[in-house]
Design a protein around this ligand. Structure first.
Ligand SMILES: C[S@@+](CC[C@H](N)C(=O)[O-])C[C@H]1O[C@@H](n2cnc3c(N)ncnc32)[C@H](O)[C@@H]1O
Length: 357
């Protein structure tokens, strides 16, 4: 895809409750950004001296935690003229010169809030797909390098374009839909599945993992599927199927007691414990002492209603004492959480505790 225009508007999706947090973190990195809320979970963000790639970089490096999906707005049909045929024609002209003859193209349509147009995302998809098919391009739902977005919102219909890497998620507006695995144990599995699918993070295929707050065992099940031997720490019970597995060791205790007693070393620590973000991060600092060099860590930070952005920043700072933060993102299945992926730092690089700890 050719490089994007400076000053372009980018369609930014986030969870509805986190609009304030998402716009604050964007403004902190891009103080001259203009943020226009287009729907409950959608904003148009214009960077006077930047474009979608600057936002992609900021999601990774700053990180922008509450941004779920990105697409560069290429055309907007105002509400008064928002008809399917107009959107379909606009979608086709957005793609003019960008596809080779016969190339398929992923078309992803969604509605932010209630559709004010009298038609929804399925109708919009059909209209755009028919128009593209008539010009030799089959529309698919996912899996092509370039993605055409069609988003219905209170300002009309926006047509957006992004590569699937720029989009952050290969689902309409980042709304990931995963089918529940036949042998799944808990809904919490979706969070870990989504993290693995959308961030490209790969868990080791063998070695030892410790799952903190493991019950009823959804994450333990996924770690076993990866090939890891798992120590599942939780006073609560695990699904019987897991306790019958000789490579699952249920430690029916709290994490504090487990760390004091164990002499094992692990290649991966995951932590989905229901507790305050700060306590959860302090547990991750303790976990660093039982990790092999370069081990990975995953923690979900359970956010309260107050200052989610500030909470996340202070947690990432705390985790930075013993880890490098690889990913920090609110995923579609996170609801009131943020998922963080970490790489354990070598002990010589550990930072001392900050005075507030
Ligand atoms: C959201 S559930 C975990 C779900 C799990 N990831 C799954 O996939 O099934 C949170 C768990 O954290 C556990 N927990 C809370 N505090 C804990 C502690 N100090 N030590 C160990 N487990 C704890 C709870 O007992 C609860 O089972």
């Amino acid at each position: 895809m050719k490089s994007h225009a400076q000053g372009a508007t980018v369609l930014v999706s986030f969870a509805e409750e986190y609009f304030a947090a998402a716009s604050q973190e964007i403004m902190a990195v891009f103080p001259d950004a203009a943020v226009e809320r287009l729907g409950p979970d959608l904003a148009g963000v214009t960077l006077p001296r930047g474009g979608i790639d600057d936002l992609v970089r900021a999601v990774r490096d700053s990180p922008l935690v509450f941004v779920k999906h990105l697409s560069e707005e290429m055309a907007r049909i105002p509400l008064a003229a928002a008809e399917i045929s107009a959107a379909a024609r606009a979608g086709r002209s957005v793609l003019d010169g960008r596809l080779a003859a016969g190339d398929p193209i992923a078309v992803q349509c969604w509605v932010s809030g209630e559709a004010p147009t009298g038609f929804g995302s399925a109708d919009l998809f059909r209209g755009i797909a028919d128009e593209l098919a008539a010009h030799g391009h089959p529309a698919v739902r996912t899996g092509t390098d370039l993605v055409l977005s069609g988003c219905i919102h209170r300002g009309g219909i926006s047509l957006g374009l992004a590569t699937k890497e720029q989009a952050l998620s290969d689902w309409p507006g980042g709304r990931v839909r995963l089918a529940r695995a036949r042998d799944s144990v808990s809904r919490a599995e979706f969070k870990l599945e989504e993290l693995l699918r959308t961030t490209g993070i790969r868990f080791p295929g063998r070695g030892r993992a410790v799952d903190l707050g493991a019950a009823p065992g959804g994450w333990t099940r996924i770690l076993r599927e990866c090939g890891l031997e798992v120590w599942s720490v939780d006073p609560a019970g695990l699904a019987p199927r897991l306790t019958a597995d000789p490579l699952v060791h249920h430690e029916r205790t709290t994490t504090g007691r487990f760390f004091r007693a164990t002499s094992l070393r692990f290649d991966l620590v995951v932590n989905d414990m229901r507790m305050t973000p700060r306590l959860s991060c302090e547990t991750m600092l303790d976990a660093a002492q039982v990790l092999n060099p370069g081990a990975l860590g995953v923690v979900t930070l359970k956010l309260g209603p107050k200052n989610p952005g500030r909470t996340v920043r202070s947690c990432l700072d705390l985790l930075g004492q013993r880890y490098r933060v690889l990913v920090a993102r609110q995923l579609h299945h996170n609801r009131h959480e943020v998922s963080v992926v970490l790489r354990a730092s070598p002990e010589r690089d550990w930072r001392p505790a900050t005075p507030s700890r």
